[in-house]
Design a protein around this ligand. Structure first.
Ligand code: CTP
Ligand code: MG
Length: 240
């Protein structure tokens, strides 16, 4: 499944992020090709901004595997849940991949699928963290910077995490289909109760107490969130 129902607020374009081109090709088309080129994906369900299904089909272009477009929800978690409703009993493994990671290499896709097929019901790609990561507490009374009403200017450092045991997690994430559907059913109830949606599918599986495993990620699978990320992706694609 490709999640592509987001608007791309932080990228700041007029059009939804999945339609924004990288190297002249819409992100959603690049992401779908990456899945198809892995040889490990039989079909794709794309979650689209509601009402934009026809534009999504046009942006996807021709692909060697069947594609179905469904309306996404108001959060990523709700969008994935909508896509999962299209997965039938004949599907044993489901991948969830962000259209916002259009350069994820086919070999990464294949690695995740292989790990699920070798008996791991939930698999995420991840990379060691290179920055030192500190936990902070917001400093009450600090003014919010212009254009962002959520991040205080000044935050107090609480502690420094041990970087060696941290991983930055990417997509595609791979799952036993039944397990992921169960995780989303439970996750939907929690999201409704706590008004907090998950940003990652593996987190919902962890909440069930089912082990999640990690395979080596790939720096090319970077997530395009800001204009800076888009510029990096353009350069990477130029170098291919
Ligand atoms: N996504 C989705 N449905 C939503 C929100 C996000 O399918 N309601 C998808 C996005 O299309 C993206 C992926 O989830 O491929 C990761 O989300 P993110 O990078 O946050 O994308 P946006 O939500 O579009 O960006 P922003 O948060 O800046 O608005
Ligand atoms: Mg978002």
């Amino acid at each position: 499944m490709l999640t592509a129902a987001g608007s791309g607020t932080r990228l700041g374009r007029e059009i939804p992020k999945a339609f924004v081109p990288v190297g002249g090709v819409p992100m959603i088309a690049l992401a779908a090709r990456g899945l198809a080129d892995s040889g490990a994906v039989d079909a794709v369900v794309v979650t689209s901004p509601p009402g934009r299904a026809a534009d999504m089909v046009a942006a996807l272009g021709a692909l060697p595997i069947p594609v179905e477009v469904v309306d996404g929800g108001s959060t990523r978690q709700a969008s994935v849940a909508a896509g999962l409703r299209r997965a039938d009993a004949s599907t044993d493994v489901v991948l969830v991949h962000d259209a916002a990671r259009p350069l994820a290499p086919p070999a990464l896709v294949a690695r995740v699928v292989a790990a699920v097929r070798s008996g791991h019901p939930a698999v995420v790609p991840g990379l060691p963290v290179t920055d030192t990561i500190k936990r902070v507490a917001p400093d009450a009374g600090a003014p919010a910077p212009p254009g962002d009403d959520t991040t205080p200017v000044v935050e107090r450092v609480v502690d420094t995490l041990d970087r060696t045991v941290l991983r930055a997690v990417q997509t595609p994430q791979g799952f036993d289909r039944e397990l992921l559907q169960r995780a989303h059913a439970e996750g939907a109830a929690r999201a409704a109760a706590e008004h907090l949606a998950a940003t990652d599918d593996a987190g919902l599986v962890e909440a069930l107490g089912v082990p999640v495993h990690l395979v080596r990620g790939d720096s090319a699978a970077l997530k395009i969130t800001t204009p800076y990320d888009l510029a990096v992706a353009e350069l990477l694609l130029e170098g291919r």
